[in-house]
Write a protein that binds this ligand. Structure first.
Ligand code: ZN
Ligand code: ZN
Length: 272
């Protein structure tokens, strides 16, 4: 039996709106990160519109989770993401977005499929990650598993890379659980505290962490074996932050880490 007009929405589009609002709230109080936060707010809104479109497409005919079969359903909406990045993004991202707006449809499709099938991080392709996130997050909300590889250290749902870690629960930092947050589908999964998500190093002597007085809830959790790090936010004291958004407030720590020769496992929304 079909119930008309009573379709339950996944809420994915409103999640994007919630992130946009959080980015705007933070922007006014974080002068050094104001630009990336304002850019993120607009990107989230563009992604929210795309997510609404993907969800509507699913209502017409269910998504399969196989991008090669699903991509045609939303490919003509991808230029909206590119247009926003071209108009509001920092250089050289904006330049890249302007160039891609001229892509023939087949090239646009191929770019997304290459990103989806490979294990590259958004350091090489920020725009494909931005364009695919609404699709990946909608699949997660619908529990339609995507056909992507899952290895340890990657998202158990979609195989995406962790772009931020979260410590939650427990009144003391030492007792908090560590979760990794996926840059592609937005999901979170528990992960050992003494374990590098990139190379799976477990020796605590090789896993230093760095903090700064300016951002006491934030740590750069690094690994001397692979020279990578993940940014970690302690949310035990404050439940308001949205990790991937609040991450931008401490952008200065990423710039510091970069100077020290560390590479973030998966760049955040600022592309660093
Ligand atoms: Zn994921
Ligand atoms: Zn490592």
């Amino acid at each position: 039996m079909k119930i008309r007009g009573a379709r339950k929405t996944t809420g994915v589009a409103s999640e994007f709106e919630r992130r946009a609002a959080r980015a705007e709230t933070l922007a006014s109080g974080a002068p050094s990160s104001e630009e990336p936060l304002r850019f993120a707010a607009g990107l989230y809104r563009a992604q929210g519109r795309l997510a609404g479109f993907v969800e509507a497409a699913h209502a017409d005919e269910p998504l399969t989770g196989h991008l090669d079969r699903d991509v045609g359903r939303f490919l003509d909406r991808v230029p909206e993401i590119l247009r926003y990045a071209a108009d509001a993004g920092p250089e050289p991202l904006a330049e890249d977005a302007r160039a891609r707006r001229e892509d023939p449809l087949e090239t646009r499709r191929t770019r997304l499929l290459v990103y989806w099938s490979g294990d590259r991080s958004s350091r090489e392709d920020y725009l494909s990650r931005a364009a695919l996130r609404p699709y990946a997050e909608t699949l997660r909300a619908l529990t339609v598993p995507p056909g992507r590889m899952h290895t340890r250290g990657r998202c158990p749902f979609c195989g995406g890379l962790p772009w931020v870690a979260v410590r939650r629960g427990g009144s003391q930092m030492e007792g908090a659980r560590r979760l990794l947050a996926c840059a592609l589908c937005g999901g979170e999964w528990p992960f050992d505290r003494i374990l590098c998500p990139s190379c799976l190093e477990t020796d605590p002597r090789k896993l230093p962490s760095f903090s700064s007085e300016q951002h006491p809830a934030v740590r750069v959790e690094a690994c001397e074996t692979c020279r990578r790090y993940v940014k970690s936010l302690d949310l035990s004291e404050d439940a308001r932050p949205i990790p991937e958004v609040d991450d931008l407030v401490s952008l200065a720590m990423d710039l510091w880490a970069l100077e020290q020769g560390w590479e973030r496992i998966e760049p955040g929304l600022a592309g660093v």
